[in-house]
Unconditional design. Structure first.
Length: 162
């Protein structure tokens, strides 16, 4: 395979504290918000900068990250931020957009405060929603819909090595 390099520049930053979450779009990219209002959800691609190390980027297999999962699992079968290219994807509801200030208010995003945002795309049911999805048995008890995550004990699903 031919090796190529890529340049990826953040278009914004996640702001997260205990109760408020937002995505701040850098000034040069604020015109790109035009037309985004009206979409109830967005896809946010973000860089897992806190695990962007040579060691984390070389991980291809991890030991039992999920309580009911197999003893070892390939990184591509996880949503772990530890991966060859530490890119994450989150679907988030949009609470409001202030195009002039360059902010998108969201109820929650699973990124840390000051995480770099790489891109935003509108959530489109015609391309993101799929019928007949199957998952491995060890994750079949997880919520089937985004809205069902509220109240689900995700902490019990992960093993945490110290």
């Amino acid at each position: 395979m031919e090796r190529r390099t890529f340049t990826v520049k953040p278009i914004g930053t996640v702001h997260a504290d205990e109760e408020l979450f937002s995505i701040e779009i850098a000034e040069p990219f604020r015109p790109a918000l035009l037309g985004l209002d009206g979409f109830s959800h967005i896809l946010v691609l973000w860089w897992c900068d806190r695990v962007d190390t040579a060691g984390c980027r070389s991980e291809t297999v991890c030991r039992k990250p999920y309580t009911k999962g197999p003893e070892t699992i390939g990184i591509f079968a996880t949503r772990s931020p530890v991966r060859p290219n530490p890119i994450a994807l989150s679907v988030v509801p949009v609470l409001g957009i202030d195009a002039a200030a360059g902010t998108i208010e969201v109820p929650f995003i699973d990124a840390d405060d000051r995480t770099p945002v790489l891109d935003i795309k509108p959530y489109l049911p015609a391309t993101e929603r799929v019928r007949g999805v199957s998952v491995p048995a060890w994750s079949s008890h997880w919520p089937q819909w985004y809205e069902d995550n509220r109240g689900f004990d995700w902490a019990a699903e992960f093993t945490f090595e110290e």
